[in-house]
Design a protein around this ligand. Sequence first.
Ligand code: ZN
Length: 200
Amino acid sequence: MPEELKKFIETFSKIPSLGPRQTTRLAFYFADLPKKDFKNLVEIFQNLEEIDHCPRCFFVKKKNEKFCKICSDEKRNKKIIALVEKGTDILTIEKIKKFNGVYFILGKLAEKGIIDEELRERIKKLHQIIRNELNRKVEEIIIAISPTPIGDFTSNIIKNEFSKYAKKISRLGRGLPEGAEIEFADENTLLFSFEKREYD
Ligand SMILES: [Zn+2]
């Protein structure tokens, strides 16, 4: 195989959940495209340079905007915070149009029971938001992370860290199959899971 294709496959197989087979298919797909389409593709990639992360919740935002669309929305209740693992989970939850609070992306969960630097930093940031912006009072923290052992462990860390500030802490779980990912849950299941969320 030409080096160019190898390089492509090597680069894109780093994308989570894309295996070498899919990446190879992708490489061949792009290589077969009419060469005139390439300018447009390059532009699409270059435009991603304009995307940055919200300093408040870590969701995507445009570089020239201060916060993401959700954090800048006056109508959203900042005292209800849903904690998610990744940005794509926010897209899934937004689809059900049931949630009017804000989000906070935890990033990496506590794999094997270990809190790594990234998660520690995120927890610190959430403490800051609650202390500085919310006057140490939160109506509800909804732990919207997948019901897996890693999710359970992370959920316990969150409860220990924040139960003193939150009136209520809840966890999405009911209706979501064991080990299921929030991102791929269908709308009805997620809606049910929101309505029947479990309180401690
Ligand atoms: Zn935000």
